[in-house]
Design a protein around this ligand. Structure first.
Ligand SMILES: *[C@@H]1O[C@H](CO)[C@@H](O)[C@H](O)[C@H]1NC(C)=O
Ligand SMILES: *[C@@H]1O[C@H](CO)[C@@H](O)[C@H](O)[C@H]1NC(C)=O
Ligand SMILES: *[C@@H]1O[C@H](CO)[C@@H](O)[C@H](O)[C@H]1NC(C)=O
Ligand SMILES: *[C@@H]1O[C@H](CO)[C@@H](O)[C@H](O)[C@H]1NC(C)=O
Ligand SMILES: *[C@@H]1O[C@H](CO)[C@@H](O)[C@H](O)[C@H]1NC(C)=O
Ligand SMILES: *[C@@H]1O[C@H](CO)[C@@H](O)[C@H](O)[C@H]1NC(C)=O
Ligand SMILES: *[C@@H]1O[C@H](CO)[C@@H](O)[C@H](O)[C@H]1NC(C)=O
Ligand SMILES: *[C@@H]1O[C@H](CO)[C@@H](O)[C@H](O)[C@H]1NC(C)=O
Ligand SMILES: *[C@@H]1O[C@H](CO)[C@@H](O)[C@H](O)[C@H]1NC(C)=O
Ligand SMILES: *[C@@H]1O[C@H](CO)[C@@H](O)[C@H](O)[C@H]1NC(C)=O
Length: 675
């Protein structure tokens, strides 16, 4: 149909062009012709028949059928009227597309065509039909789902079929949603194109004063950064801790290579925690119980909690009730353990139900129960006020709050730029369908106007690996950070990586503005002008074979610039030998790296650990592979399972990743970006 319309349009254009062409060539000629009256005489018709044949005529004379004569049509098909027949026909077409070897030459075209088919199924058929189709397709083509079976995943308790039906109904091939989904889910299709950003919708041009950070004073305050707690209340002591599933230390954990299970484990789960497992109760509580060895808890000005609360169960073991339980228990634990020390939280990708998925309002499917719950807990804990709680309840947990010390903390739901949030693929080229980034920009604009410094806290890292953030929204996030750095923003804080990492934002190059459109090319950065650092860390869960760790930071009390940062860890590899979790001091950022900075070396004690410091660290890493190896070890919080980074390739990628403020910049650091 579409092809026919295109051909028809092309023919019309060709006809118009031909007419115009002729008209121009012979402007005067007709007037010079000497017209014979017979040539224009209609009375000369009908013409006489020749040799007894039929009479031929003009102007529809005689038996010529009128132009509006009707003709027979094919016998109409009876529309399918049983839902099973309709489902079968969708399914047969889907299978034909996937198995075709002639027309759909690439996995990308198959995937997009299949998704478009599911789109039409979802907008015309009951959810039960779409769910059934997904189960059949899953059983035929997909070997691994995050559940015991395809049936459990799509239609079991809390089955996700109805969510996928909503996703396919709202998505569109025309806006590139399905191509992006096919790329990020299956590695089919080319990486979707990066759009240029229209910054003018979000903020005013950067004024000269925004390029200068205020100088720190002489007093400091102390704070804590914590995240990725992933408390696992179903952790089974003594179960298989080295399993071949994605998640161990559960009664049903097995190691298929070693033929072991939780009755006969190859490595029993210590009650104090185990690499490859989420956080058991003793480990979580020990963070606070042992903290007094290193600092006075009550001296903390505040704590930032950068998200990820729930354990990482399979989808068929999750429920709204479980997520609510996890969220409530964690925030109540933080309140009980930290007392009067306020906690400023941000929600992670695991902190809603279904996990990973945050649905903006236009999906019409509310997750308000969660935002109501957490905002109420934060309000009751006196961490935020009632107006802020009301805002958080209606804006996916986002808020902006001024601390007692005068710092503005802006907390946003970063899931809207997370690649694991399938719903963020709908309207793929819109960098901010939920309005979350507009809120961030508006808050920072207000801070700039009243000369108040701000921190941005968000769970998911905007740069680094390709599987973190989506290119378009993370590019806008980067634009916002650059616009208000280093003057207004004093720090950016993330978790998600389960590692301790830094990420540097650089000023855009002058050439980055497209002079014709005024839009921003967000990969055109000036690596000589570092403006901001994201501190990634505070993660407790050992599930990715990194040690648990949290950071204590000293901030300048006037500017809130980071002056010092110390990390405390447990060596989980030793947990089977413990009678309780053993916490230890790991390192101090300033003393660890100051001497390794190139040329000028020494970084004065009065200078903050700002983007310039971190950029100098990356320059040192380019020259000194021992420094890269040291950074790599500290990144894992000194885990016994740290993967090596002792080659020139890894060295280059490591530096590249630290310097990536957006997903597109991080993706350019492959092949190491999946580390
Ligand atoms: C066809 O057109 C003729 C006049 O040209 C008109 O009289 C006749 O009603 C039309 N028939 C139909 C079916 O529209
Ligand atoms: C459609 O439904 C009608 C009445 O229920 C039935 O007679 C007919 O056979 C059905 N057609 C198909 C194709 O199933
Ligand atoms: C398409 O994907 C299948 C399954 O992942 C793979 O076996 C096949 O090689 C891919 N084909 C192409 C042309 O990439
Ligand atoms: C865990 O199991 C794998 C096989 O699945 C084995 O290669 C590995 O050595 C085991 N690791 C530990 C720490 O036991
Ligand atoms: C806690 O504070 C007390 C009194 O100010 C001090 O003596 C002690 O050394 C502090 N403890 C730590 C771990 O800093
Ligand atoms: C917060 O406190 C109010 C008033 O006491 C109470 O109604 C509400 O249930 C509390 N919220 C939570 C999540 O406990
Ligand atoms: C996608 O964009 C269209 C057009 O702007 C809008 O009507 C629709 O609500 C958007 N959908 C989502 C899920 O954001
Ligand atoms: C954007 O900037 C990058 C880095 O300078 C450059 O490689 C790329 O070609 C630019 N993109 C466009 C569309 O100009
Ligand atoms: C970092 O601090 C140093 C020393 O105060 C200063 O020279 C530099 O401009 C700062 N860098 C940024 C990005 O603010
Ligand atoms: C290289 O880095 C290592 C590890 O941080 C450090 O001990 C060493 O002094 C550095 N070498 C130079 C020349 O800076």
């Amino acid at each position: 149909m579409a092809l026919f319309v295109l051909v028809a349009i092309a023919l019309i254009f060709q006809a118009i062009a031909t007419v115009q062409h002729r008209g121009q060539e012979q402007p005067q000629k007709d007037k010079e012709i000497n017209i014979n009256p017979a040539a224009l005489n209609p009375q000369l018709t009908p013409l006489l028949p020749l040799n007894g044949g039929p009479q031929l005529g003009y102007n529809g004379w005689g038996d010529v059928p009128p132009t509006n004569t009707t003709s027979p049509t094919p016998t109409p098909l009876t529309p399918l009227n049983s839902s099973l027949e309709i489902e079968d026909s969708f399914f047969d077409e889907l299978v034909a597309i996937v198995e075709d070897k002639n027309v759909f030459q690439s996995n990308c075209s198959k995937c997009v065509a299949g998704a478009e088919l599911l789109h039409f199924a979802a907008i015309t058929q009951p959810v039960s039909t779409v769910t059934s189709l997904l189960i059949r397709a899953c059983n035929k083509f997909q070997s691994d789902v995050w559940a015991a079976s395809c049936e459990e995943y799509y239609s079991g308790v809390g089955g996700l079929g109805p969510y996928f039906a909503l996703l396919f109904a709202k998505g569109s091939a025309a806006t590139g949603d399905f191509a992006a989904l096919c790329y990020y889910h299956y590695g089919f299709c080319e990486p979707p194109p990066l759009i240029e950003i229209d910054e003018s919708y979000y903020f005013s041009p950067k004024p000269a004063r925004a390029y200068i950070a205020p100088e720190p004073g002489t007093e400091t305050i102390e704070i804590m950064h914590l995240g990725d707690t992933h408390y696992d209340p179903r952790y089974a002591i003594g179960s298989e801790a080295n399993c071949t599933q994605s998640f161990c230390c559960r009664p049903d954990s097995t190691n298929e290579d070693l033929h072991t299970d939780s009755q006969n484990p190859s490595l029993p789960a210590s009650r104090f925690g185990s690499l490859l497992c989420d956080t058991p109760a003793d480990l979580l509580l020990s963070v606070f119980e042992d903290m007094g060895t290193f600092i006075n808890k009550s001296d903390l000005a505040f704590t930032v909690f950068t998200g990820d609360i729930s354990s990482r169960d399979n989808a068929d073991q999750m429920s709204q009730a479980y997520t609510a339980y996890e969220n409530e228990v964690l925030f109540r634990t933080l309140k009980a353990q930290l007392g009067n020390v306020p906690v400023y939280p941000t929600l992670g990708n695991h902190d809603t139900y279904p996990e990973l998925w945050y649905l903006s309002d236009s999906f019409g499917s509310s997750q308000a129960w969660n935002y109501n719950l957490v905002s109420s807990l934060w309000l009751n804990a006196t961490w935020i006020d009632s107006a802020e709680a009301e805002f958080a309840a209606t804006h996916f947990g986002a808020f902006a709050h001024t601390t007692a010390q005068g710092l503005r903390i802006i907390s946003i739901a970063s899931d809207f730029y997370y690649t694991g949030n399938d719903f963020s693929f709908v309207n793929y080229t819109n960098p901010d369908p939920s309005g979350t980034l507009k809120f961030l920009a508006d808050e920072l604009t207000a801070c700039e106007q009243r000369e108040q410094r701000a921190w941005v806290i968000a769970h998911v890292v905007s740069g680094y690996a390709a599987d973190n953030a989506l290119p378009n929204p993370s590019a806008l996030f980067q634009s916002i950070i650059i616009r208000f750095s280093p003057s207004t923003i004093a720090g950016v804080f993330h978790a998600h990586a389960h590692k301790e990492e830094f990420q540097i934002f650089y000023e855009y190059a002058a050439s980055s503005i497209n002079s014709a459109t005024g839009l921003r090319n967000t990969t055109d950065v000036d690596y000589t002008k570092p403006v901001q650092v994201a501190w990634i860390g505070g993660s407790i869960s050992p599930i990715t074979a990194n040690n648990p760790g949290y950071t204590i930071m000293q901030l300048d009390s006037k500017t809130f610039s980071v002056m010092g940062s110390q990390t405390y860890i447990t060596n989980i590899g030793e947990s089977l030998t413990w009678s309780k979790p053993v916490w230890q001091y790991e390192y101090d950022v300033r003393s660890e790296y100051s001497d390794a900075l190139p040329s000028e070396g020494f970084w004065p004690a009065t200078s903050p650990l700002n983007a310039t410091f971190m950029d100098r660290l990356t320059q040192g890493m380019e020259q000194n592979i021992s420094l890269v190896e040291r950074y790599n070890l500290l990144e894992s919080k000194s885990s016994i399972r740290v993967p090596p980074c002792d080659t020139a390739d890894c060295q280059a990628s490591k530096v590249c990743l630290i310097r990536s403020g957006s997903a597109a910049l991080g993706q350019a650091c492959i092949p190491w970006n999946m580390l």
